[in-house]
Ligand binder design. Structure first.
Ligand code: SF4
Ligand code: MG
Length: 336
């Protein structure tokens, strides 16, 4: 079966005065119809650049797509003209962002903003578009849809604005929704509600969702599969279950220690991973996590770890998975 979206060997650089930054390095993944896949990593790990490339949002220059394909329903999106891409975005793939205020038009009623795509791309008449807009407002759980239809973004709370963004994104019934940190700007309770909503919508509409987040707690609650990115690369990937039960990369272990407890009112639970990601102008030849990794061995500094397959569909780019490597516990016991 072919996948809904397949990203193959994607490499994206950015030209800067200091040289070329290697923002995305050899990233390959897929998503099937109706699936929720999370991409998780710290800021600067390449997760946003990856999905922005998929959406044709990377300005070239300064961006350079060095290599790769983005196959959607069999077509390479990287080869489409602006116009063709616009069509795909209006009907097949939608995106929502962290801060709905920057994507909502402050001078236009919410209802009209939902209708826009329906009128332009789906060629609905005004009455039909209005009916669908009100249905969408109801679907995303905003009370009093008829009244809300006529309100402006500033009359909505932060959580309601994110719901409105989701309504706009889903109005045209896309096959794929890309959500880039959709709940990061929201407080914990509202965050949980928006994630519930996304899961619920996936059930109702069969839309596949790529969820970008820096928070493994969000992944655990929402996604079916997860891709962990570090320094522009995929360092671990697999089903959420596999990854939480049997994580096989020290960076993933670090992220797990830094999962905030969403059920607790007390926010101070974060154990940040010490150190900073490598400079992506000239990334190290070996494992990019080595300078921060307490298990680093000699081979880690000189050779890039391959993607070891742990179980079917579970990969880790870490030398500890090599059968010849010592056990992580022994390395720590040896005084590292
Ligand atoms: Fe640490 Fe080596 Fe694994 Fe990289 S390859 S994460 S440095 S043990
Ligand atoms: Mg980002």
């Amino acid at each position: 079966m072919s996948h809904l979206l397949e990203v193959k060997n994607l490499e994206v650089n950015f030209k800067t005065y200091g040289g070329e930054v290697k923002a995305v390095r050899n990233v390959s993944f897929h998503i099937d119809k109706g699936e929720i896949v999370a991409i998780v990593g710290e800021s600067g790990s390449g997760k946003s650049v990856t999905v922005q490339t998929v959406m044709g949002l990377i300005p070239t220059p300064p961006g350079i797509i060095k290599n790769g394909e983005v196959l959607f329903e069999g077509k390479n999106l990287l080869k489409l003209s602006k116009r063709e891409m616009q069509k795909v975005k209006g009907s097949k793939i939608s995106m929502i962002f962290q801060d709905p205020m920057t994507s909502l038009n402050p001078t236009m009623k919410i209802g009209k903003q939902i209708e826009e795509g329906l009128i332009v791309h789906q060629k609905l008449g005004n009455t039909e578009a209005k009916k669908r807009a009100i249905d969408m407002i109801r679907l995303v759980g905003i009370p009093n849809p008829e009244e809300r239809y006529n309100q402006y973004p500033h009359e909505f709370s932060g959580g309601m604005r994110q719901r409105a963004m989701i309504a706009i994104a889903l109005a045209c019934n896309p096959e794929l929704l890309i959500a880039d940190e959709p709940t990061t700007a929201l407080d914990v309770t509202i965050q949980a509600q928006v994630l519930d909503l996304m899961r619920d919508l996936k059930e109702k509409t069969d839309t596949a969702i790529i969820l970008i987040t820096h928070d493994l707690g969000v992944v655990a609650e929402t996604a079916e599969r997860v891709i962990v990115m570090y320094a522009g690369m995929m360092v671990e990937s697999g089903t959420v279950r596999e990854l939480f039960e049997n994580p096989r990369h020290p960076y993933t272990w670090g992220l797990m220690e830094s999962i905030p407890d969403h059920t607790s009112a007390e926010k101070e639970r974060l154990v940040p991973i010490e150190g900073t990601p490598p400079d992506l102008f000239s990334p190290p030849a070996g494992c990019p996590f080595a300078p921060r990794c307490k298990y680093a061995m000699e081979v880690c500094l000189s050779e890039m770890p391959p993607a070891f397959e742990i179980e079917t569909g579970h990969y880790s780019r870490c030398w500890l998975n090599d059968p010849r490597a010592p056990k992580a516990e022994d390395l720590v016991a040896a005084g590292r």
